[in-house]
Design a protein around this ligand. Structure first.
Ligand code: GLA
Length: 541
């Protein structure tokens, strides 16, 4: 009898221990706004309480160590980075009503020492983008860390993940025929900077309406670009890419956008997953390009992201991976502008045009701050001008004008500098609700004309004295656009010397922000420039 009681007690104990054990698989939907991503957490809790396992979601994270203390679960994990590196991340979780409530850290792992976004001073060259470090913005996550509710789908000890296949190496590709598009830097709008994963069919339609109503279309902004998070969780039975429930009918959306005299852009990755963890184009390049063409897509942003996990991250392989999609777009039967996004790594300027890229990012992700914008614009662009020209442009990332993190003066500097750089002008704000001063900056036709000057030459820094910089861009009509920039904290007088720019004699000048002729000047032009501001003038031929 005693023995039976003992056995019953032992069984009860075991059952209780089992009920509390976290071992097993937990699954749930990765986002509340779409049906795009399933998250699976596989846990194995040992007799000593230690937890190991993995998280499958935006990336494949290995849980190296975990514990539960006072009901609070902490999971230390390793996540593959976008440059083939490894990042350490910490998940926290609690069990509530039998569900695992998991707090997912921001993608990119925050801003650890030496790996800030390339948009901030101190970032190492080749630093992967860290959009997640942007205040209030994280790829696919919307706003900062996110909590997911996962239901238990099994109590079995999870099987280990299959070993990672060897990295794919490819040889440097033969040149891909140029598509002849983007004769001037592309102009339009992109959903990411302001909306991250909240972009939807409805929003894109409203934005297209706003392009027309605000005058943006007539000022030259044509591309309405959907960034990450439009993709479905899985391909269909034939391997075709699908949309998630935020985008019920991409073809109908393209028809709508086209009916407004605009063009529609989309986003993917050469890797199996996009940066926000959605379906990428790896091994489906031709098929996806054809799907885009059948929908009526006019522009593709192709973002390296998880490609770092399948390819060997050498220049030859990366160029070949981009060439694959370049070829696929060429065979798609439609004119599709090709935008490379690999954060300016591996000397992309040397090969971006050879893979038929019309533009390529030169840095990590921009943020809506003076530090980020000015570092990207002033510090990281010099030397790249030799790569820019008709049909192939350096892309210092999308505009933040109107997103609220900078002053009107700083946004004027942003617009002026991007135009002198012959950069793509992709607005990143909410066009449905634009303050007049923001509209005036984005639609300053005289500044846009500098950006779009054809045949395009990228402007260069011709003088630098501490916080004062003078940049000049030669124009097709023989004139020059000249920016006198003050990066300092106090207003100062800045002089642009003809000898630095390479002009002589007495020249007529026009102020492109004040829309005023300034008369004629000999040898130099001086202006009082506010802190973080610009005087942008045209030296007439
Ligand atoms: C990367 C890119 C961004 C944006 C996000 C989307 O961070 O650099 O511009 O496309 O991915 O996830």
């Amino acid at each position: 009898m005693k023995w039976l009681t003992f056995c019953a007690a032992a069984l009860a104990c075991l059952a209780a221990a089992h009920a509390q054990s976290l071992t097993g698989r937990w699954a749930g939907n990765g986002s509340t706004t779409d049906n795009g991503m399933e998250i699976v957490v596989a846990l194995n809790q040992g007799a000593d309480g230690r937890i190991t396992g993995y998280v499958l979601g935006r990336s494949q994270d290995t849980i190296t160590d975990g514990k539960i203390e006072d009901g609070k679960i902490t999971l230390e994990a390793e996540r593959p980075g976008r440059n083939g590196d490894t990042q350490k991340v910490t998940y926290t979780a609690v069990i509530e009503d039998g569900k695992l409530k998991l707090t997912m850290p921001m993608f990119g792992g925050g801003r650890g020492p030496g790996r800030g976004p390339a948009g901030t001073p101190g970032a190492a060259p080749g630093t992967p983008p860290a959009a997640a470090a942007a205040p209030g913005r994280s790829p696919g996550g919307g706003r900062g860390p996110q909590v997911f509710e996962l239901a238990r789908v099994s109590t079995e000890v999870p099987k280990p993940l299959p070993p990672k296949p060897a990295a794919v190496s490819l040889s440097f590709p033969a040149p891909v025929k140029s598509n002849g598009l983007a004769k001037t830097p592309p102009m339009g709008w992109n959903s990411w900077n302001k909306f991250s994963n909240r972009v939807s069919d409805q929003m894109v339609r409203e934005m297209a309406d706003a392009f027309v109503k605000s005058g943006m279309r007539d000022a030259g902004y044509i591309y309405v670009n959907i960034d990450d998070t439009w993709e479905g969780a899985h391909r269909d039975a034939h391997g075709n890419i699908t949309t998630n429930n935020k985008f019920p009918d991409m073809k109908a959306l393209a028809d709508y956008v086209h009916s407004k005299g605009l063009k529609l852009g989309i986003y993917s990755s050469p890797g199996p997953k996009t940066c926000a963890g959605y379906e990428g184009s790896y091994q489906h390049e031709e098929q996806d390009a054809k799907t885009y063409a059948s929908w009526g897509i006019d522009y593709l942003k192709y973002d390296w992201c998880s490609a770092s996990q399948v390819y060997d991250n050498t220049q030859a392989t990366m160029a070949a991976a981009y060439a694959k999609m370049g070829e696929a777009l060429e065979h798609s039967g439609r004119n599709i502008v090709y935008s490379l996004c690999q954060y300016g790594n591996l000397d992309v300027g040397e090969w971006g045009a050879r893979v038929s890229g019309n533009l390529w990012r030169t840095t990590g992700d921009i943020r809506d701050t003076w530090a980020s914008m000015s570092h990207i614009g002033f510090d990281l662009q010099p030397g790249r001008e030799k790569y820019a020209g008709t049909g192939h442009w350096n892309d210092p990332d999308m505009l933040e004008i109107g997103n609220g993190g900078m002053t009107e003066i700083e946004y004027q500097t942003h617009m002026s500098l991007w135009s002198l750089l012959a950069a793509p002008l992709l607005a990143g704000n909410d066009l449905r609700d634009m303050k007049p001063e923001v509209a005036a900056i984005l639609m300053n036709k005289e500044v846009i004309a500098i950006d779009q000057d054809s045949p395009g030459k990228q402007g260069v820094r011709v003088a630098k004295d501490g916080d004062q910089e003078v940049w000049a861009k030669p124009l097709a009509d023989g004139g020059y656009a000249v920016g006198l920039f003050n990066r300092g904290d106090a207003a100062s007088k800045i002089t642009a010397k003809w000898s630095d720019i390479g002009v002589t004699g007495t020249r007529k000048l026009r102020d492109l922000w004040k829309h005023q002729d300034l008369g004629s000047m000999s040898d130099s032009f001086s202006a009082e420039v506010p802190s973080h501001g610009v005087a942008l003038v045209k030296i007439v031929k």
